[in-house]
Design a protein around this ligand. Structure first.
Ligand SMILES: [Fe+2]
Ligand SMILES: [Fe+2]
Length: 181
């Protein structure tokens, strides 16, 4: 894999890995704060980030050594409203800055596998951004948001509310690949 695409993919793996863990911690906090649906949302999205992190890692060739990754993140346990603001900010960065740039570079370098893995993530992050920002509005009004069953595609991380589709609209995986939260 070309050096710049590989570096970007390693960083994307780092960012997704941290988001996966951060959302789990924030899910427990939301549960304690009396927002069970926000907790469920954090857990569902955490799983989607896990899928992205896994896919990115798997696309990299074996690269022994001690690679440094660049993956910005906020840290710490704030209120659920502030945690949701952090989640929105992180997803927005991925949607407006990180993935469009990383995908463009991967495509320019002819790295189709890396580009596909990052496109899968990019599509899911758009949904996450919307879901988190909507949830924050409810929490700020003192209400646990009304969120139905959340489905996450175990192959690409695509996230949606409601019934699992027959095939994933992003990666084409079959219905049985969706995990319900
Ligand atoms: Fe996300
Ligand atoms: Fe999928």
């Amino acid at each position: 894999m070309r050096a710049m695409t590989a570096s970007n993919l390693r960083s994307a793996h780092g960012g997704e890995s941290m988001a996966h863990m951060r959302y789990k911690v924030w899910a427990d906090k939301a549960e304690k704060d009396g927002f069970p649906n926000v907790a469920r949302l954090f857990r569902a999205v955490s799983h989607a980030e896990h899928v992205h992190s896994w896919n990115h890692f798997s696309r990299l060739r074996v690269e022994p050594g001690d690679h440094t990754v660049i993956a910005g993140a906020g840290f710490g346990l704030a209120s659920t409203s502030e945690n949701l603001a952090g989640a929105c900010g992180g997803e927005e960065f991925e949607v407006t800055e990180m993935y469009p740039a990383y995908i463009a570079i991967a495509e320019a370098q002819g790295e189709a596998g890396a580009a596909q893995s990052m496109k899968f993530a990019f599509e899911a992050e758009k949904v996450h951004l919307e879901m988190y920002c909507k949830a924050k509005e409810s929490v700020d009004a003192g209400q646990d948001p009304a969120i139905g069953v959340i489905q996450v595609c175990d192959m690409c991380g695509h996230t949606l509310e409601g019934d699992a589709p027959d095939t994933c609209p992003v990666c084409g995986a079959s219905r049985d690949k969706f995990i319900a939260f």
